[in-house]
Design a protein around this ligand. Structure first.
Ligand code: 4AD
Ligand code: MG
Length: 430
């Protein structure tokens, strides 16, 4: 019967057929070890000359990397491999022979691998990272469904900017101007007034001229928005959500984390509550850590975030940033209007900001004032203002950057390996 590598534990002692690709192989005079992959996993096939016959054995030894084949044989337990099973090959049928597969087991440079991303995805490490990504997405839906959130799909083509006008991708919408969405937030605020607790998961676009290990031009964001929740309520949702996701990956991606060489004892410490420090305290901490020139009112860059994160084993919230360096919609602290009720969640180990969130301005007059200060005009914003006209309530929300979260949990250095086809500064291929 036909099965997949992920399912072989159900077929121990039985003969099965698996459609697979040859990932790698090694052989001696009498035995060949085929490293097989079928998309669901990786597994070893054992070909013994005496069992299969001279001719078939020579065919097995001649198989080339990434050739596709049907492999038939008995599933046996194999305590030496962490996967736990292997297939004792009785027969195989070549489907398609791959000639000169470009990504060989030797080391390749990053640009070469990026040019071959469509093939690089087949490698063991990339496979593991994408499985972790998939698990984070699954656990995200699980968490928000469990907690009564409604999934809302927000538009990608928009007439307004959520996060400032400098990083917008501009396009034409027939005769009008349109932009690719930087965030679904403004629409989610409308949805929260209709459904209470909502979340979105979608692609976002930022024309940022940043070439760092944390920046993509196109990335995916998970954005919850909650009516009747204040800033502190939102921080609790954030730490519970992140804890849930990390626990799910530890539980369901054991082999993948092993493939990635990720130290899970580090991840096991990620449990709510997370430490909180104010922006003011962060400035003091940075001064102590040798950033003597930093002044109140400056935004933090990667080196600052990394230095702050070094003091903690868990992600840390930096709260109450100066209003001037944050978005127009954030609610000022009633006790101190020069700072806003917001937080960035900084991941440990130098992975940087994984969440940005805030309580939103719910007062119509103050929102009007912010519009003027930020020179936001036009029909595109009219509807957003109306949300403050009809039954305005305190509400908060946040956005988690999926790729930075995948990078952190997987322990991979650069976000380019955390999305199937990364869009980077100067890269639109493949
Ligand atoms: O902090 P940001 O800009 O927040 C917002 O967009 C809010 N409107 C979200 C909300 O409150 N609903 O972005 C949120 C997160 C960041 O913390 C970061 O993890 C990620 O999105 N992010 C990026 N990830 C990869 N590449 C980029 N260029 C990113 N820019 C932001
Ligand atoms: Mg941010």
């Amino acid at each position: 019967m036909k099965t997949t590598i992920a399912e072989v534990s159900k077929h121990v002692g039985k003969e099965v057929t698996i459609g697979a690709w040859l990932h790698n192989k090694r052989s001696s005079g009498k035995i060949a070890f085929l490293q097989l992959r079928d998309g669901t996993g990786f597994m070893q096939g054992i070909v013994v000359k005496n069992d299969i016959g001279e001719e078939k054995f020579q065919d097995a030894k001649a198989l080339t990397q990434e050739s596709s084949l049907y492999v038939t044989g008995e599933i046996v337990e194999d305590s030496r491999s962490s996967f736990g099973y292997e297939i004792q090959v009785k027969d195989f049928e070549l489907i398609h022979e791959a000639v000169d597969y470009p990504i060989t087991p030797k080391e390749h440079g990053t640009e070469f691998l990026m040019d071959h991303r469509h093939l690089w995805l087949r490698s063991k490490k990339q496979h593991a990272v994408m499985k972790v990504r998939n698990e984070i997405i699954r656990a995200t839906y699980e968490f928000f469904n469990m907690n009564g959130y409604v999934k809302i799909d927000t538009p990608i083509l928009t007439g307004s900017s959520a996060e400032g006008t400098t990083e917008l991708f501009h396009t034409k919408y027939f005769d009008e101007d349109a932009y690719l969405s930087q965030s679904g937030q403004l629409y989610l605020e409308a949805a929260a007034m209709a459904f209470g607790k909502v979340f979105s998961f979608g692609p976002t676009f930022r024309a940022e001229k940043s070439k760092t290990r944390r920046h993509l031009i196109e990335f995916w964001m998970i954005e919850p928005e909650m009516a009747f929740m204040d800033h502190n309520d939102s921080l609790e949702v954030q730490e519970q959500y992140v804890t849930h996701v990390v626990e799910a990956v530890i539980e369901n991606c054991k082999l993948e984390l092993e493939t990635l060489g990720r130290d899970t004892s580090v991840l096991e410490k990620i449990k709510a509550p997370f430490p909180r420090i104010s922006y003011d305290e962060a400035i003091e901490l940075l001064k102590e850590k040798g950033f003597e020139d930093i002044e109140w009112g400056e935004d933090f860059g990667a080196p600052h975030e990394t230095a702050i994160a070094e003091s903690y084993e868990k992600p840390v919230f930096i709260t109450n940033y100066p209003a001037e360096i944050k978005a127009f919609y954030m609610k000022p602290d009633p006790n101190r209007p020069d700072v806003v009720l917001c937080a960035d969640l900084i991941a440990p180990e130098g992975y940087g900001e994984i969440i940005g969130g805030s309580q939103r301005i719910d007062d119509l007059e103050l929102m009007r004032q912010r519009y003027e200060e930020h020179e936001l005009t036009g029909d595109a914003y009219k509807w957003y203002l109306q949300l403050r006209e009809y039954g305005s309530v305190p509400h908060s929300g946040f956005g988690l950057g999926l790729e930075r979260t995948v990078a952190w949990i997987s322990g991979v250095e650069h976000v380019r390996e955390t999305i199937p086809f990364p869009r980077l500064l100067n890269r639109l291929y493949p």
